[in-house]
Design a binder for this molecule. Structure first.
Ligand SMILES: [Zn+2]
Length: 313
């Protein structure tokens, strides 16, 4: 395994996440993104025999690897996407937990899977659907959205400086023939970004592919839903810790927390409250927690990591 891959699996903001979870030895916790069990191992260390940790991963290989590595009666491993944590808890007849952790950066094997069209390294169909039952594919977006919409997606979700030119080149290309392969899209992107302007280190298609993945799977809306659902499954005083790696994701976390922490949302000129909205959480991180220098030196991936915490009232 290359060093870069090794970095991808190091648990980010480990100490900070564990401290914020405020673990009670006999509590019940949920790690929505097991990965290499970096965070999970640290949680287990603080649990006694009556404590429980439910850890999920959508990758069966990750589950199997951790099963071999960690023998701990407090650990319950479940093969599931973190978005479906509520189904897992219902099956286990657990109505609420004392803390939840979601590390949105835990890499999914799908993202390296060229057959599903996530990869800009290998050619494959331009698909990118996480859910195979969904109709919309990345190819649909690339071949049917307007130039303006494409530019907006690539700029907003990909934070790509060359979004306007890439959108222009996509539209020009698709007039000749539909773009159906990841390899074709990579060629269009390479043509759109002048060689001299390519930021060193990264692949020129990385940002555009990220943008299309987010748009295809409606990832930001899904994150909003996840946060609202997670709060419902917390015991009073229980904490929700979210680590994101993308400024748009962090913005969603920030705004969702803010909404949930609001008491009344009536217009200010209403004489009395008619909305009956009550704050559900207290925000514990006014600004996001970021990695310290020592961690950054050891794990360059931690650079973009932001951690936010809310406590259920
Ligand atoms: Zn009100």
């Amino acid at each position: 395994m290359s060093l870069e891959n090794e970095f991808e699996h190091q648990a980010v903001l480990l100490e900070e996440a564990i401290n914020y979870l405020n673990i009670q030895a006999d509590g019940i916790y949920l790690d929505g993104t097991l990965g290499r069990a970096g965070h999970s191992s640290a949680i287990l260390k603080q649990l006694n025999l009556s404590g429980k940790l439910i850890a999920l991963d959508r990758d069966l290989a990750a589950i199997e690897a951790v099963k071999k590595k960690i023998k701990n009666k407090s650990l319950i491993l479940e093969h599931a996407n973190f978005k479906n944590f509520d189904r897992v808890l219902n099956n286990l007849e657990i109505s609420a937990v004392d803390g939840m952790l979601f590390d949105l950066g835990v890499s999914s094997p799908q993202l390296d899977n060229s057959a599903r069209g996530f990869s800009y390294q290998n050619d494959g169909p331009l698909d990118m659907r996480m859910n195979q039952n969904q109709n919309l594919t990345a190819a649909d977006i690339v071949n049917s959205y307007s130039q303006t919409d494409l530019e907006k997606i690539i700029s907003d979700y990909g934070e790509e400086n060359w979004a306007a030119r890439i959108a222009e080149f996509i539209v020009k290309m698709r007039q000749e023939s539909k773009i159906t392969r990841t390899g074709e899209l990579v060629e269009v992107i390479k043509a759109a970004i002048p060689k001299g302007a390519r930021r060193h280190g990264g692949h020129p298609a990385r940002r555009t592919f990220q943008a299309l993945r987010i748009a295809t799977n409606d990832e930001l809306e899904q994150l909003k839903l996840l946060i609202n659902k997670a709060i419902k499954f917390l015991n009073p005083g229980g904490r929700l810790v979210i680590i994101s790696f993308h400024s748009l994701e962090d913005r969603i976390v920030k705004h969702s927390f803010r909404e949930l922490a609001k008491d009344c949302v009536c217009p200010p000129d209403f004489p009395i409250c008619v909305c009956d909205k009550k704050a559900e959480i207290k925000i514990l991180t006014k600004s996001p927690v970021q990695a310290q220098k020592e961690e950054l030196d050891n794990n360059p991936r931690a650079r973009s990591a932001k951690l936010r915490v809310a406590e259920k009232l």
